[in-house]
Design a protein. Structure first.
Length: 119
């Protein structure tokens, strides 16, 4: 059920401490950790502790946590000092858009020039 931990979900396991991660920030509702395959000098993933597959379902099921996720993305950018130079928050949704882990996660990318439109 949405919101409940999923036994086969990698990011639920990171939330539970069952899979190690380099955590950079934590709140009551979110965890932020470094991406294992960084695409920029700063590449941090911000996830809700609750399991929802994507951003839209999180916003429907737990709107305050969706707001927490975006606020924390900004806090990560500030902590990483990428906020002045500009940063990007990416929420890949669906396999066709490159989503590989179906526990919603905001990529926070910064520390280099970021082209637009993205690939
Ligand atoms: P997406 O392709 O948008 O679903 O993003 C999934 C991201 O999770 C990718 O950027 C992966 O590099 C990252 N990732 C996968 N496994 C781990 C892990 N164990 N720790 C940190 N990041 C991971
Ligand atoms: Zn999960």
């Amino acid at each position: 059920m949405a919101g409940e931990p999923q036994s086969d979900c990698l990011f639920c396991k990171i939330v539970a401490g069952e899979v190690p991660a380099t955590i950079v920030r934590e709140t009551e509702t979110t965890v932020a950790f470094r991406d294992i395959n960084p695409q920029a000098p700063t590449h941090v993933l911000v996830i809700p502790r609750v399991h929802y597959p994507d951003a839209a379902s999180l916003a429907v099921g737990a709107p305050t946590v969706a707001a927490d996720l975006l606020r924390e993305a900004g806090e990560v950018a500030a902590q990483e000092k990428t906020d002045a130079g500009g940063y990007r928050i990416v929420l890949n949704t669906g396999a066709g858009a490159g989503q590989t882990v179906f526990h919603v996660h905001a990529h926070v990318l910064g520390g280099r020039g970021l082209n637009w439109p993205p690939g």
